[in-house]
Ligand binder design. Structure first.
Ligand SMILES: C[S@@+](CC[C@H](N)C(=O)[O-])C[C@H]1O[C@@H](n2cnc3c(N)ncnc32)[C@H](O)[C@@H]1O
Length: 189
């Protein structure tokens, strides 16, 4: 199992881009009329994506397993209205409040593939009926991770029992991930 806290403590965070997901930035910019609501960002890391949601007027909760990530994100965005961070295990089977939106960015590919059933169950539990899941998936072939690869067939078959697919597309991305990401916009059944 990956020791995420140790990675933050030793500065071993190669996924970190010091900026939010370009696909998320474009998604929100293109849809200024989306109804505002509560957003959950699991595996939020340093919190750049959570900050984008909060800045757009969504009440945002970033979760991460690693206390050092939550401490860094809380310090970086101290005072930002509508944004908070908590140390929590997204996969833990605990009673949860459900959100209007859940945003996924490099958490699905970070967890061990044998935890993917738990991930989908957690996502389904966390999004209210009619709410939305917006995901940026990483389409790489790697089986030795993290990151662990996936593909469109796996994503569609895993999430379809719980969510209706509204749209999927190749987003603008970071230079070293161009063409390797695909975004999925789902609505909870
Ligand atoms: C690859 S990093 C991505 C961070 C951030 N989403 C980004 O794109 O910069 C994966 C993150 O998920 C967190 N994580 C891993 N398993 C988790 C779990 N079960 N619950 C919550 N966070 C988790 C790790 O601590 C790490 O911050």
């Amino acid at each position: 199992m990956t020791n995420w806290e140790e990675k933050y403590q030793t500065g071993d965070t190669p996924w970190n881009k010091n900026e939010p997901s370009p696909g998320l930035v474009d998604f929100l910019a293109a849809r200024p009329g989306l109804a505002r609501g509560a957003v959950l960002v699991p595996g939020c890391g340093f919190g750049y994506d959570a900050h984008v949601w909060a800045n757009a007027g969504f009440s945002t909760l970033g979760l991460d397993l690693a206390p050092s990530a939550v401490a860094a994100a809380s310090s970086l965005y101290k005072g930002q209205a509508g944004l908070r961070f908590e140390v929590r295990d997204f996969l833990a089977d605990e009673p949860v409040e459900s959100s209007d939106w859940l945003f996924e960015h490099t958490l699905f590919c970070a967890i061990d593939p044998n935890q993917r059933d738990s991930y989908v169950r957690a996502a389904a539990k966390r999004v209210r009926p009619g709410g939305h899941l917006l995901a940026v998936h990483y389409f790489i072939p790697d089986t030795e991770g993290p990151p662990f690869g996936t593909d469109r067939n796996e994503v569609v078959s895993r999430f379809s029992p719980w969510f209706d697919l509204l749209e999927d597309w190749v987003p603008r991305s970071y230079p070293n991930r161009t063409g390797l990401e695909r975004m999925f916009w789902w609505q909870r059944k």
